[in-house]
Write a protein that binds this ligand. Structure first.
Ligand SMILES: *Cc1c(COP(=O)(O)O)cnc(C)c1O
Length: 444
């Protein structure tokens, strides 16, 4: 009998990251403060990052990477952007938090609301999770209904009502996707597949006058990139209107990413409530939810729906947001990002066209996702082949060795920032293509 031992060779020195991770495991569950950072789905030790500038990050062993994770989306200008850094430094010199209103909150609100005509009032919070959790409460308070409808494959943060995944059947109350979520919460959350009109129609029939809101990532980008047809989003808009149910766009990723007005602007569809996060804070913790004046009148202290935050509208975070969003308003900003992204993808496809393993890039604006598939489209979570993730795992390892940093899971999308240069994109394309070409077809 022979024993085969597979050694994943690492040419890169990772001693410092390994030592830091060893220590971190004694402090934090799994050694991290957010689970996907632990590299569980790609294997190996997470890299501890020491600094970033532009499109580049350096780890604790001084290895250098071109970064396409970009903090999971917030850094649309790249790392340590001068404008953002200066705004933060100048602001924090005058104090970091007052628990009283500041002019900076007005400034960021005005910047957003004067360009975004899908919402009339906004409330700042400190994370995407908090934004969505509050927006759900708002929908329930405004409609006086309890149930919400979400889609399998969309992520909306980790609040109890939303840690629910589909059961079996067309329309289901989900199962919790986390221990510690009471059954009672799950019973208020209806889960259906993306891109499935029949399921949505059936849900509205079964729960007539009970659904407070339909929540969707209009560009689902947390479980692969499950691009929906615009018609499906219009269908949701219409069925919500007919049933006096609010349509909630969770634009924590797509907001200020597809264009300044996010997916609502990109598709010209007006949801009733929109949530933001990630880019809005320029790399500092900010989230927000917004709606019409009428709906927002439900929020405390104007209305009966309570929601508050000690650090909400924090001046330093507001300053970072203002600096970043102002830069996004430069003419041609989003066109250039989209151009760079398709340049990168086209180049990888050309260089890797002899690949033994079928792959496909899905992308919109500056968001991209590689799937190892023959399918022309992937529009719902169930269409993703979990087996294909082993290819991503190999590719991820290869890319790290060659100085390219992607989010450590095949279900995560990549982001191109303003800071990525064409030279860096070329370098990335070569490494990426060679990585793909190095994959060996594994029979199922
Ligand atoms: C990231 C994300 C969230 C959660 O935001 P956090 O700031 O991580 O709490 C919610 N919704 C969507 C669509 C997201 O991408």
């Amino acid at each position: 009998m022979q024993l085969f031992i597979i050694i994943i060779k690492s040419y890169m020195n990772r001693n410092n990251s390994e030592a830091l991770f060893f220590k971190a495991k004694s402090y934090f569950p799994g050694g991290v403060n957010s689970p996907v950072r632990a590299f569980r789905s790609v294997g190996g030790t997470p890299l501890f990052i020491k600094k970033g500038k532009g499109a580049i990050i350096w780890d604790a062993d001084d290895n250098e990477f071109i970064d396409y994770c970009c903090s999971w989306g917030p850094l649309i200008l790249g790392h340590a952007n001068d404008g953002v850094v200066n705004a933060v430094i100048e602001t924090v010199k005058n104090g970091s938090s007052f628990g009283a209103p500041t002019a900076l909150e007005n400034e960021l609100a005005e910047l957003i609301l004067s360009f975004n005509h899908f919402i009339e009032k906004i409330r700042f919070v400190s994370s995407g999770t908090e934004a969505v959790m509050s927006a759900i409460r708002l929908a329930r308070a405004y409609t006086g209904r309890n149930k919400i409808l979400k889609f399998e494959g969309c992520y909306h943060g980790h609040s109890d009502s939303l840690l629910v995944k589909a059961g079996s059947g067309l329309v289901t109350f989900g199962n919790t996707s986390s221990a510690g979520v009471p059954e009672a919460f799950v019973n208020e959350t209806i889960v259906v597949d993306l891109n499935n009109r029949a399921a949505v129609i059936e849900a509205f029939e079964r729960f007539k006058n009970e659904i407070a809101c339909v929540i969707i990532e209009p560009v689902p980008a947390n479980n692969g990139l499950l691009l929906q047809d615009k018609d499906f989003l219009i269908f949701l808009r219409d069925i919500c209107t007919e049933n006096k149910t609010l349509l909630l766009f969770d634009e924590v990723i797509s907001g200020f990413r597809l264009c300044f007005c996010g997916a609502a602007g990109y598709y010209s569809i007006k949801p009733d409530i929109i949530t933001y996060g990630k880019i809005i804070g320029g790399g500092l913790p900010v989230g927000a939810y917004g709606a019409s004046k009428e709906i927002m009148a439900t929020v405390s202290p104007d209305g009966p729906m309570y929601q508050a935050g000690t650090l909400s509208g924090n001046p330093v975070a507001m300053a970072a947001g203002i600096a970043q969003l102002s830069a996004c308003l430069k003419p041609g900003f989003y066109d250039e990002l989209a151009l760079k992204t398709s340049y990168l993808i086209d180049k990888i496809k050309t260089l890797a066209n002899e690949s033994k393993v079928s792959f496909k890039f899905f992308s919109i604006g500056s968001i991209f996702w590689i799937a190892f598939t023959d399918a022309a489209t992937i529009q719902s979570a169930s269409e993703i082949d979990a087996n294909s993730m082993r290819y991503f795992r190999q590719l991820h390892t290869y890319l790290l060795e060659h100085g390219i940093y992607l989010g450590p899971s095949g279900y995560e999308v990549g982001f191109v920032s303003e800071a990525h240069s064409y030279e860096q994109l070329d370098k990335t394309a070569f490494a990426f293509a060679n990585g793909i070409l190095s994959l060996n077809k594994i029979e199922n």
